[in-house]
Design a protein around this ligand. Structure first.
Ligand SMILES: [Ca+2]
Length: 110
């Protein structure tokens, strides 16, 4: 799950769901323990953002989240599709698309 500075919208209830609450639901569904490891991603670009990967442990199904501090409602490594003054800046320290591929390559379906 990716999070900038905004909340995800529940597809079921169509209401804002705080990311922490959503991730807690995924933690329980995936059979993860309450433990986790936070790993800062390389602050490779002077983009006023920093990202941290949270990896849950003891899971039946893997669960990770990348939190972007200073990010916004944009796709990390993607296009600045509107002015930063309108949607916020695009985080440049990593490419979210690459992270999605990395995650599914590392955790193939049984
Ligand atoms: Ca940065």
């Amino acid at each position: 799950m990716y999070r900038g500075a905004v909340r995800w919208i529940s597809r079921v209830a169509r209401v804002p769901v705080p990311v922490d609450a959503s991730m807690e639901g995924w933690r329980v569904r995936n059979g993860c323990s309450a433990a986790f490891t936070d790993t800062p991603l390389d602050d490779a670009q002077a983009d006023d953002t920093r990202a941290t990967r949270r990896t849950r442990t003891g899971c039946a199904a893997a669960l990770e989240r990348i939190r972007v501090e200073g990010g916004s409602h944009t796709w990390p490594g993607g296009n600045q599709y509107l002015e930063a003054s309108d949607v916020g800046r695009v985080a440049r320290d990593f490419r979210a698309s690459d992270e999605v591929v990395r995650f599914f390559d590392a955790h193939p379906r049984p």
